[in-house]
Design a binder for this molecule. Structure first.
Ligand code: DON
Length: 575
């Protein structure tokens, strides 16, 4: 009996304090990599708030998760400030360089140039450092230097790499056949090994293959972080770092100049707000499409009693698919950078508009996507971005998603500066006026214009009930992001699943075009798939969808840090 009590006390201790544990009383950080999560927890323990923790974690991921964590990319965050009872978002999406042009990735016959996704020319003006510095200036608590310090240490002293990162780096360097990490290569097979500056940073000293347990040390990145620690955003957008970026661009045919860097601004914006079953949903505004897609889909779905039929019943899957189809049609047709295109956001996320859309859903027949408009087709997106969630003792919370676009972005490290450039310019519509079945989109809303920010699917989201945070979530996954996030929200609110089950449950994806319903994983009942096919859905089963590192706050105020296990290395760290 005594042994039992001792074991159960130990188990409780492990559960509440371990980095792999789930339930915390005070604060928690959930993200893709353990050292980065510990960086966030370190600043929380030092008295920092949820914003400080999100910044420390994001900078930590820039060191330890190079496929998606970044200084050279961009993203969006949503923050709830408990003391001010205020929700704000920060848009730190990359922008088109001043010298960019609408047809810059096309040859004279209008064909997209090969390898346009790699190298300096694929990069937009990075937004991450400006976004994190702005978040700190407006909402942070600890001194900036304390928030940057853990990342400096990880870069300078190195960190122990996982088998996943070892495999990925080996593949990127063209060493050995690695299984299961193909998604890190660009569409034309581009890899880190194609760029001398990237090889210099990521090859193992001595040149052997990387193994689990090896240490990756990044001195150039540490020096860049030193400048950011000392000078804030100016340590990136001006001075030595900016010169290194501009020089690399000149040498490698990129377009980002000192002027582009000096004039880049992250922006504080009001969140998009909607309601679902008496909960308040806060998401990112355009140029992210995430907020619009999720709120429009929730508004449509609120008109049905999904719970009565269960989350994975054919009728629920049909309704969710039809809501996704309509919301993604809205996305393609209407959303871009609001500084450049007019977007009727209020109408798109209104209840009456959703009521109209819901009435167009046939109870037992799939709506062919071509019926929503003439033909427009979107291709699949690669699978690398990363999402983190934080909450502090006061109840302030941050949902932050940022990215280099593809795994390792452009694959090109800025020589001497130690960080990878994004290849986010590919998120613009590259073929003006040409929309076809091969995946090209030519709509006006998202064409390249200097300084314009490209359309995104990133969907950091905070859900509140009765003035308190209930759910902090978001995901990577290209165009699947809003749908992954939608499923987590539905699982928590509509189906009232437990936190772990809400994140673990298989997800689905439909993005209007291609007109395909994807069901994640293999564990679908044959009868369910059959019924969906009878309704007219083109169903594909398999694969994994997203990586939604989430926090759920229960009625007692306990923080459930739910690290999505789909990509293995994720961690919840808290107290
Ligand atoms: O902003 C976007 O929508 C894309 N650049 C995100 C890319 C992505 O999520 C890739 N991987 N997970």
């Amino acid at each position: 009996m005594r042994l039992f009590c001792y074991a159960s006390a130990l188990a409780t201790l492990w559960f509440t304090n371990s980095v792999n544990g789930q339930i915390f009383d005070k604060h928690v950080v959930v993200c893709q990599q353990e050292d980065a999560a510990l960086a966030g927890r370190e600043v929380l323990r030092a008295g920092g708030n949820a914003i400080d923790a999100a910044i420390a974690t994001a900078l930590g991921l820039a060191v330890t998760h190079p496929a998606a964590g970044n200084l050279g990319g961009g993203g969006f965050l949503v923050v709830y400030l408990a003391d001010r009872k205020l929700v704000k978002t920060i848009d730190f999406r990359e922008a088109a360089p001043l010298a960019s042009t609408e047809r810059m990735y096309l040859d004279d016959k209008g064909k997209i140039l090969p390898k346009h996704r790699a190298g300096a020319r694929a990069a937009g003006v990075p937004g991450t450092v400006a976004g994190l510095a702005l978040a700190h200036k407006e909402f942070g608590k600890l001194p900036w230097g304390m928030v940057v310090a853990p990342a400096q240490k990880l870069a300078r002293e190195g960190f122990v790499i996982s088998s996943t990162l070892a495999s990925s780096l080996n593949q990127q360097l063209g060493m050995g056949k690695e299984v299961g990490v193909d998604e890190d290569l660009g569409p034309d097979g581009e890899k880190l090994g194609d760029f001398a500056s990237s090889v210099a940073v990521f090859k193992k000293p001595g040149g052997e293959v990387w193994n689990k347990g090896d240490r990756l040390v990044q001195p150039d990145l540490a020096n860049t972080l030193d400048r950011i620690a000392a000078e804030g955003a100016d340590g990136f957008y001006k001075g030595r770092t900016a010169t290194l970026i501009a020089d690399y661009m000149t040498k490698e045919g990129g377009l980002v100049t000192l002027e582009d860097l000096a004039s880049y601004r992250a922006e504080i914006k009001s969140p998009l707000h909607g309601t679902f079953r008496n909960h308040d949903i806060y998401g990112a505004a355009p140029p992210s499409s995430g907020g619009v897609v999720i709120l429009q889909a929730l508004n449509i779905l609120e008109r049905f009693d999904l719970k009565a039929d269960g989350p994975h019943s054919p009728v629920t899957l049909h309704r969710v698919t039809e809501a996704m189809r309509r919301a993604f049609h809205t996305r393609a047709a209407s959303i871009g950078d609001p500084d450049f295109v007019q977007i009727p956001v209020e109408r798109l996320i209104s209840k009456p508009y959703a009521e109209f859309l819901a009435r167009t859903i046939a109870p037992a027949f799939a709506t062919p996507s071509v019926m929503l408009t003439s033909s427009t087709v979107e291709g699949a997106e690669p699978n690398h971005t990363t999402h983190l969630s934080t909450i502090d003792q006061e109840g302030s919370a941050v949902a932050l998603t940022y990215t280099l676009e593809e795994g390792y972005g452009s694959k090109a490290v800025v020589a001497g500066a130690g960080f990878l450039l994004n290849n986010e310019m590919g998120d613009f519509n590259l073929t003006p006026g040409l929309t076809d079945a091969t995946g090209r989109i030519g709509f006006e809303a998202n064409r390249i214009v200097p300084r314009k920010r490209m359309l995104s699917s990133q969907s950091p989201t905070i859900v509140m009930k009765g003035g308190r945070v209930k759910l902090v979530t978001g995901s990577p996954g290209g165009r699947t992001i809003p749908n992954t996030t939608l499923w987590v929200i539905l699982n928590v609110i509509e189906f009232e699943l437990q936190p772990r089950a809400s994140v673990d449950a298989a997800r689905t994806h439909h993005q209007w075009f291609p007109d395909i319903l994807k069901l994640e994983g293999k564990k679908w009942e044959v009868a369910t798939v059959e019924r969906l096919r009878q309704m007219g859905h083109v169903v594909k089963v398999g694969g994994i969808q997203g990586d939604a590192h989430s926090i759920v706050v229960d009625e007692q105020g306990k923080r459930h840090g739910v690290a999505d296990q789909r990509r293995k290395t994720s961690t919840a760290a808290g107290d």
